[in-house]
Design a protein around this ligand. Structure first.
Ligand SMILES: NC(=O)c1ccc[n+]([C@@H]2O[C@H](COP(=O)([O-])OP(=O)(O)OC[C@H]3O[C@@H](n4cnc5c(N)ncnc54)[C@H](OP(=O)(O)O)[C@@H]3O)[C@@H](O)[C@H]2O)c1
Length: 246
C-alpha cells in the first residue's frame, strides 16, 4: 500500500499559499497549512475542508524558532516523515514600494526584516525539517522565489524584471535562489529534489489586483515542482514549464 503523502506549505492561509494547499490536497496529499496567525489558518483550512480536502492548519511563523520546533515535532510524531515542503511564505516590506528602485535609500532595518522572512526563515525551517524529508522516498523542496531575484534578468534591459527594483525584496529572493542551488547540490546523491518557482505576477495581497494572473494559475509552478517524478530537475528555477535563468 502506498503511504499517504504529507506536505507542508508555509504562508498557507491566503494567496498563492492557500491555492497551493488546495491543489496539492486535490491530488490526495495530506496538507499541513502553515499560518503565523492560527485564527487565519483555521478559517482558511475550514474553507478547504468544506471542499472535501484534507488540509490541517499548523501555527508557523517562519521567523520563530519555537514554531519551527513545534511543527517539526508534530510532523515527526504524527507522520514520521515529510514528503513535500513548499517554502511559500514571503513579504515585501511596507517601507519599500514594489515598483520603485530602493537601492539608494532602503533602510538596513527594512533589509534585515525582509531577509528574516524571505531568506533566514526559509533556511531555518528547511534545515530543521530536512531529517524528516530524508525519510521520504521522494522528498521535494520548493522555494517560492520570483523573477525579481534573477540577476540575469535584472541585467537584461529587455526583461520586464528590470523595471521592478525594490532592493530588499529582490535581494532576499536572490539569496533564496542561491540556497536552492546550494541545497540541491548538497542533496544530489539523495532522492530529494530542490527547485525554485516563479509563480508569475499574480493577483494577491502582495501582487496587487493589477496583476494579470489568477491564483489558480499562479500556484501551478510550485505544485508541479512539488510532485515531479524521479527523473525531474533539481537545482533549477521555473515558471510553469519554462526554465528561468539565475
Ligand atoms: N503575487 C505575486 O505576484 C508573486 C510574484 C512572485 C513571487 N511571489 C511570492 O509568492 C509567495 C506568496 O505570495 P502571495 O502573493 O501569495 O502573497 P500574500 O497573499 O501576501 O501571502 C503571503 C503569505 O505569507 C505569509 N507570511 C508573511 N510573513 C510570514 C512569516 N514570518 N511566517 C509565515 N508566514 C508569513 C502571510 O501570512 P499573513 O496572512 O499572516 O500575513 C501570507 O500567508 C511569496 O513568497 C511571494 O514573494 C508572489
Amino acid at each position: 500500500m502506498t503511504k499517504q503523502k504529507i506536505a507542508l506549505v508555509t504562508g498557507g492561509n491566503k494567496g498563492l499559499g492557500r491555492e497551493t494547499c488546495r491543489q496539492l490536497a486535490r491530488r490526495g496529499i495530506t496538507v499541513l497549512m502553515g499560518a503565523r496567525d492560527m485564527k487565519k489558518g483555521i478559517q482558511a483550512a475550514d474553507g478547504l475542508n468544506a471542499e472535501g480536502l484534507s488540509v490541517e492548519p499548523v501555527q508557523l511563523d517562519v521567523i520563530r524558532a519555537g514554531h519551527i520546533a513545534q511543527v517539526n515535532a508534530l510532523i515527526e510524531n504524527r507522520f514520521g516523515q515529510l514528503d513535500i515542503l513548499v517554502n511559500n511564505a514571503g513579504m515585501i516590506h511596507p517601507d519599500e514600494p514594489m515598483f520603485a528602485n530602493s537601492a539608494e535609500h532602503v533602510s538596513l532595518q527594512a533589509l534585515r526584516e525582509t531577509f528574516e522572512v524571505n531568506f533566514f526563515g526559509q533556511v531555518a525551517l528547511t534545515q530543521a525539517l530536512l531529517p524528516l524529508i530524508r525519510k521520504s522516498p521522494a522528498g521535494r523542496i520548493v522555494n517560492v522565489s520570483s523573477i525579481l531575484g534573477s540577476l540575469t534578468l535584472h541585467s537584461d534591459e529587455s526583461s520586464a524584471a528590470t523595471q521592478v527594483k525594490p532592493l530588499a525584496y529582490d535581494a532576499s529572493k536572490t539569496a533564496l535562489n542561491q540556497f536552492t542551488v546550494h541545497l540541491a547540490a548538497s542533496l544530489k546523491q539523495t532522492p530529494i529534489k530542490v527547485n525554485a518557482a516563479h509563480p508569475g505576477w499574480v493577483k494577491t495581497d502582495l501582487g496587487s489586483q493589477r496583476a494579470p494572473m489568477e491564483v489558480e494559475d499562479g500556484a501551478k509552478t510550485a505544485v508541479r515542482l512539488a510532485i515531479i517524478g524521479p527523473d525531474g530537475p533539481t537545482g533549477k528555477f521555473f515558471h510553469l514549464d519554462e526554465e528561468i535563468p539565475w
